[in-house]
Write a new protein. Structure first.
Length: 319
């Protein structure tokens, strides 16, 4: 069984920065219809509550679309109540609200047999020295995820780490700290969403971090995109870090990862649907390139220890 392609539904809607709007707003139903039209799409990743409604008002729309669901993405940053944090908010009622959001997302995930939620704690962390009580934040985070993990042990809670944005430093910025956090929570259903772009931002080697997560039994979910290692630009796969991307795909396939790959790719030109379609095709082409190089050659390159030789041989296979 191979990997399955999922689309983060936000990539098919409005895309803006502080200066310009590049893609128009589209309704939930419109984005589901667009996803249906993109070849190689196996499923979607909707956001709770923005896509699905606080009370799940749009669940029926998703069911009627016929899409499989890879995971429910829980947004704990977008509403004003989370301005000072979600599960690390000094206000215990807000911490409880964030836990309730995750529990609701868990319930929704079971309705679609996804049995997984993905959480990126972007609003939890600090902006400057003496901003927060780090020990309290750490313990609040552990307590929150212990409660969420125990709510339904059959549902995976996948944490998508990121170094910064929204906070200047997010509480779970790296693979190593996130794996340590998972161990502190102590539940088998707590794991990691490996976002290639977030790994690059943290100046990690994505393949090395993927290996650590796999070894820990906590590699639950993978997001593919690209950036310049300075900001989370969500660029098309392989557009900047070609060889890091190629190595990550090779490793992922060698360990037999057969779960979902979701694509967090935005574009300033063309349409979101075309960007995703091109990205799916790029992934196929990169796998063809890996096959062209071959496992025997890859092993030889590793054993050579010669960076100039490795670069020469890899580039030769592009010709």
């Amino acid at each position: 069984m191979g990997t399955k392609n999922s689309i983060l539904l936000g990539t098919l809607g409005k895309y803006s920065d502080r200066f310009h709007t590049y893609q128009p707003e589209k309704s939930f139903s419109e984005r589901l219809d667009i996803a249906k039209s993109i070849p190689r799409t196996d499923g979607v990743e909707p956001v709770y509550p923005q896509d699905l409604g606080h009370e799940g008002q749009n669940i029926e729309i998703l069911k009627q679309s016929g899409h499989d669901v890879s995971a429910i993405n829980v947004n704990l940053k977008g509403e004003d109540l989370f301005r000072a944090g979600s599960f690390t908010n000094p206000d215990s009622s807000i911490r409880k609200k964030s836990i309730d959001y995750m529990k609701k997302a868990i319930d929704i995930s079971t309705e679609f047999d996804a049995n997984m939620i993905s959480v990126c704690p972007l609003i939890d962390g600090s902006d400057h020295p003496f901003h927060v009580d780090h020990m309290k934040q750490w313990h609040w985070a552990i307590e929150a995820f212990q409660e969420v993990a125990n709510y339904n042990a059959d549902v995976k809670i996948s944490i998508e780490y990121k170094a910064y944005e929204v906070r200047n430093r997010i509480i779970l910025p790296s693979m190593g700290k996130t794996l340590h956090f998972c161990d502190r929570v102590g539940s088998e259903n707590i794991g990691v969403t490996m976002d290639l772009g977030h790994s690059l931002m943290e100046q990690e080697s994505p393949t090395a971090e993927m290996a650590a997560a796999h070894d820990a039994g906590r590699l639950f979910y993978i997001h593919f995109n690209d950036n310049n290692r300075q900001a989370d630009w969500d660029m098309p796969v392989g557009s900047v870090n070609l060889w890091e991307t190629l190595e990550a795909i090779h490793f992922m396939d060698k360990i037999g990862y057969d779960g979902w790959i979701a694509y967090d790719v935005f574009t300033r030109a063309g349409t979101g649907s075309m960007a995703i379609s091109h990205t799916f095709e790029t992934m196929e082409d990169l796998r063809s390139l890996i096959a062209k190089i071959g496992d025997e050659k890859i092993q030889e390159l590793r054993e050579s220890g010669d960076s100039a030789y490795v670069s020469k041989e890899l580039i030769k296979h592009l010709l």
